[in-house]
Design a protein around this ligand. Structure first.
Ligand SMILES: NC(=O)c1ccc[n+]([C@@H]2O[C@H](COP(=O)([O-])OP(=O)(O)OC[C@H]3O[C@@H](n4cnc5c(N)ncnc54)[C@H](OP(=O)(O)O)[C@@H]3O)[C@@H](O)[C@H]2O)c1
Length: 318
């Protein structure tokens, strides 16, 4: 039985990736900072939780050894430059060294639409710039042609919807309590992709290597997007409609100019917990989050990406 280490496997997308890989016969190891926080994965047959600090290179290298493949989903949405560098750049560097040392054959790395490995600094936010740097680190370490150390697939998803998502669910919840929706970046465009399609792409990427059918001569970069483009305003309205807020009419959306969005972000930063919208999130929305079309999409795996409405209806309308 093939073994895969799913780093970031406890998270929203990682959980679906783990379940997909288990269903396809993989033996899955998930490193986590806290097994106690990962109760949703406990008891899954074929899955082992490993409590380690993935930033401790010796411990991480030891965890990677003995696996056939590694999937990396670790990321943060909020933090300062040092935090983004640690999680999105230094961790891929450690992962690359560990994979080379352990002779890992395949790595799948989940990045984000809007990250640019070739020109990371061209991205508008710390999140996207550091994601691009992380991609570049892995591409260089993977190598190409006969010299390649491991096969690498990078998935760049737009925003990911699914029963546990943190955007449609949040928009629906907020509209249940607020009289109106103050919204910065209302006209920013996204191409939401279903979490199950992302998980399938990870599994298919690993399966191709497993079957020996394709051995990529150079790293593959995939734009993981759904079939439709929505503005943020449309997504907020759709969340209300599908969850039945005010009989499906939702709350009036009050589009905020960018400067007022930053005032809102500053106020949110004062509250405990993760903000709904940070300064860096606002910076990310300066560019549309839609597929460029210059790179392959999920269709290159034979996946027909699912439409948002019927799936979102099934979990928002509860
Ligand atoms: N969700 C989306 O809409 C979306 C859109 C585009 C791209 N993506 C990408 O998809 C991937 C998965 O996203 P997600 O939404 O599933 O994220 P998530 O739910 O926040 O999960 C993040 C994972 O990373 C680990 N992690 C978080 N901070 C860490 C830190 N400082 N040090 C070490 N580990 C840390 C957590 O592990 P433990 O807490 O168990 O240690 C957790 O398993 C990420 O690469 C993200 O950038 C997501």
């Amino acid at each position: 039985m093939k073994k895969v280490l799913v780093v970031g496997g406890t998270g929203y997308v990682g959980t679906q990736v783990c379940k997909k890989l288990l269903s396809q016969g993989w033996q899955v190891t998930v490193p986590t900072r806290s097994c106690a926080q990962a109760t949703h994965l406990q008891g899954l047959v074929g899955l082992t939780l490993l409590e380690i600090d993935v930033h401790d290179e010796a411990a991480f290298t030891q965890a990677v050894a003995g696996h056939d493949a590694v999937v990396n989903l670790v990321a943060i949405l909020h933090g300062d430059q040092a935090a983004f560098d640690k999680v999105h750049v230094a961790l891929p560097q450690k992962l690359a060294r560990a994979c080379r040392a352990a002779k890992i054959k395949r790595v799948v790395h989940i990045s984000a639409l809007g990250a640019h490995a070739q020109d990371p600094q061209s991205a508008p936010s710390m999140y996207l710039r550091s994601k691009g740097q992380g991609e570049a680190v892995l591409i260089e370490a993977a190598g190409a042609g006969a010299q390649r150390a491991f096969d690498l697939t990078i998935l760049r998803p737009s925003v990911i919807f699914g029963a546990q998502d943190k955007f449609l669910n949040v928009f629906a919840k907020l509209q249940k309590v607020l009289p109106f929706m103050p919204l910065a970046g209302a006209e920013a465009r996204f191409q939401p992709v279903w979490v199950d399609d992302v998980a399938s792409a990870v599994a298919l990427s690993l399966a191709q290597e497993d079957a020996g059918t394709t051995s990529a001569a150079k790293p593959k970069i995939i734009e993981a997007c759904g079939p439709e483009v929505f503005t943020l305003r449309q997504l907020v309205q759709l969340a209300a409609q599908l969850s039945g807020v005010r009989g499906g009419r939702g709350r009036p959306v009050m589009a905020l100019p960018l400067w007022l969005g930053h005032v809102q972000a500053a106020l949110m930063a004062l509250a405990p917990g993760e903000p709904v919208m940070s300064h860096d999130n606002l910076d990310s929305m300066k560019v549309d989050n839609v597929a460029s079309g210059a790179l392959p999409g999920l269709q290159s795996f034979g996946i027909t990406p699912a439409a948002l409405r019927p799936i979102a209806q099934s979990y928002l309308n509860k």
